[in-house]
Design a protein. Structure first.
Ligand SMILES: Cc1cc2nc3c(=O)[nH]c(=O)nc-3n(C[C@H](O)[C@H](O)[C@H](O)COP(=O)(O)O)c2cc1C
Length: 184
């Protein structure tokens, strides 16, 4: 797929199944992340690739986090959280890992990590791989952050769910550039 076509038509795919991206496709996705705009070339990011049994371990971490907040936590709630990571055969966690810099504030470094995530979405789509960027309360939970090995200055920018789209196409809402762009 041509770059402009991918940029103009990309959409998210919430319903994902096996197979996960193969090693070549995954490498293309990773390389796309690393070409995100990056003030000062600080590489203010790192990524965790989660698949197989690690998806179950992530579900267990979600349950542990939710249990830490609520005593009256039902088995049904636990099962729902356990299943969340299994909505796709692979998840890439984008972590913003900012460093002190006199000219590049932390906010800009977070933006670079977000840009890397968007690049991965487009690289997935361009290769026919379904993807969806998710966060939710678990992305901000201290138990999840600790369990994934984040240090105190790091943030989860997103969980990028990747796999084979169960739904072939999605109707994307047509938005007119003129509604958002004005000549100043
Ligand atoms: C930072 C960020 C976090 C998001 N978190 C969620 C989420 O937790 N759950 C969800 O349904 N969509 C989430 N979304 C939105 C979807 O990824 C998606 O962009 C949205 O459903 C619109 O679909 P589209 O990408 O096909 O236009 C998030 C998007 C961003 C940028």
């Amino acid at each position: 797929m041509q770059a402009l076509e991918a940029l103009h038509t990309r959409s998210s795919f919430p319903r994902l199944a096996e197979p996960a991206p193969n090693e070549t496709q995954l490498e293309n996705i990773c390389k796309a992340a690393l070409r995100a705009a990056d003030h000062g070339l600080l590489r203010p990011w790192r990524f965790l690739i989660i698949r197989g049994d690690a998806l179950t371990r992530l579900g267990e971490l979600f349950v542990q986090a939710a249990r830490a907040d609520a005593d009256d936590f039902s088995d049904a709630q636990a099962e729902r959280l356990m299943n969340k990571p299994h909505r796709a055969p692979m998840i890439i966690v984008t972590i913003s890992s900012p460093s002190e810099h006199p000219k590049v504030p932390e906010f800009e470094q977070d933006l670079s990590a977000a840009a890397a995530t968007q690049n991965m979405l487009v690289a997935a789509y361009a290769q026919g791989i379904g993807a969806m960027w998710r966060t939710g309360s678990m992305a901000f939970h201290p138990v999840v952050k600790k369990g994934l090995g984040l240090s105190s200055n790091e943030k989860i920018i997103g969980f990028l769910y990747l796999g084979t789209a169960k739904d072939a196409t999605r109707n994307i809402q047509q938005v007119k550039p003129g509604d958002y762009f004005q000549v100043w």
